[in-house]
Design a binder for this molecule. Structure first.
Ligand code: UD2
Ligand code: MN
Length: 374
């Protein structure tokens, strides 16, 4: 066809040549861009969270990523109040350990709204819940968590949004701080009346364990037994795993302490905060399986011995100055994915620790010097 046109007339021949040249330029350009894209993808793979890699795939497919805030609006007030259909609950179930890709998980829950919000249909929820997951380097756990927990919470007719708060490399992991960041950042997005802090490896087994907050001074620890502790709690004041605070309760205790980098004691610290503020810890029914929780396996971070120095130095006054009201972090990215809102933050560890008593800071420095990899 082209040859025919080229042969027939010279103006057509000119146009044809231009077209062919344009085509060649496009092909060369395309090759160049796909190459540079692959190169930048490689860099991302080496330096940034794997969740961001997931994000690139998701963005290509569904355009969910945005660094702008989505303010989530409340329900239409004329709807009837949502009630839990107890017949729809299944009771205790064994958790499934298969890990699927984020994209196949997304297709399992087409009803989710951008940012990982799930809403009951045709009724007005009694509560608006934010689930806060402190996170670093546990992608498989996150996928197992989502596939097990979302169906259970759907059966509870809950209005919930999942937040994954990931700490960027460059500082030791700080579980308490990531939970505080989740509280502050989620509060900017919507008016939640219940915050449930849930570790990524802690999965409630029984859907009769209703995810809701307590009233007044009752903070709800949603666990009565952990699989690896023979379905008991290791000690009576343990509040790790899954715990629910109303915003007022969380502000009253000033959230978690920001000083516990490394493993341990931030959960005991917040227990003592509730005690000092005359709050009580409420748990699901004791003599049933309702509060049972499964945990996912992982290698344990080394215990930071100095944590007891921090824990034992805490008073009402130090807690009032260390927590949500003294939180310092940098948001590197917020991404409204289909099944969760991802908040990626960096922390300046030395700067945070400046708020701590100098004697304890020396102990931490000595511990770091001793454990430093050579
Ligand atoms: C116990 C507590 C936990 C916490 C911790 C002490 C129970 C059932 N669990 O869990 O609530 O108080 O002791 O610090 O009592 N994380 C990451 N990446 C990391 C490290 C931690 O994502 O590299 C997150 C993740 O959500 C994890 C959570 O922090 O589930 C708790 O950390 P852990 O699993 O290392 O601690 P573990 O199992 O001893
Ligand atoms: Mn764990």
């Amino acid at each position: 066809m082209f040859r025919y046109i080229l042969k027939r007339s010279s103006p057509f021949r000119g146009a044809g040549l231009i077209l062919v040249t344009f085509g060649i330029v496009l092909i060369v350009k395309g090759l160049y861009y796909s190459n540079t894209h692959m190169r930048s993808y490689d860099v991302v793979q080496k330096n940034v969270s794997n969740l961001l890699l997931g994000d690139i795939n998701i963005r290509a497919q569904t355009n969910y990523t945005s660094s702008t805030t989505i303010r989530q609006e409340r329900h239409d007030p004329i709807l009837p109040v949502c009630e839990i259909d107890h017949k729809a609950l299944k009771g205790r179930e064994q958790i499934t350990l298969t890990s699927q890709s984020l994209i196949s998980l997304e297709s399992m829950f087409p009803e989710s709204h951008v940012g990982g919000r799930f809403q009951p249909k045709g009724c007005k929820p009694k509560s608006r819940i934010a689930i806060i997951i402190p996170f670093r380097d546990r992608e498989i756990h996150l996928k197992i968590y989502l596939s097990n927990v979302i169906p259970k919470l759907r059966r509870q007719n809950a209005d919930f949004t999942i937040y994954v708060v990931e700490q960027a490399p460059g500082s030791h992991f700080n579980r308490g701080m990531m939970r505080n960041v989740g509280f502050v950042e989620a509060s900017k997005i919507a008016d939640y009346d219940c915050f449930i802090f849930n570790d990524v490896d802690s999965i409630f087994e029984d859907d009769r364990n209703i995810f809701r907050c307590g009233r007044d001074n009752s903070v709800r620890h949603l666990v009565t037994g952990v699989d690896v502790f023979d379905y008991k709690l290791k000690y009576s004041i343990l509040v790790g795993g899954i715990i629910a605070f109303t915003p007022a309760q969380f502000r009253k205790v000033n959230g978690y302490s920001n000083f516990y980098f490394d493993w341990g004691a931030e959960d005991d610290d917040i227990y003592y905060r509730t005690e000092r503020e005359n709050m009580v810890i409420e748990r699901p029914e004791k003599n049933s399986t309702i509060g049972f929780m499964s945990t996912l396996k992982h290698t344990r971070d080394p215990e930071a011995q100095y944590r007891f120095n921090i824990l034992h130095s805490r008073t009402n006054e130090t807690s009032h100055n260390d927590g949500v009201n003294s939180l310092k972090y940098t948001v590197k990215m917020v991404s409204h994915k289909k099944l969760f809102t991802w908040i990626y933050v960096s922390v300046d560890e030395d700067e945070v620790l400046k708020g701590l008593d100098i004697r304890i800071r020396r102990k931490i420095a000595a511990y770091r010097a001793k454990t430093k990899k050579t």
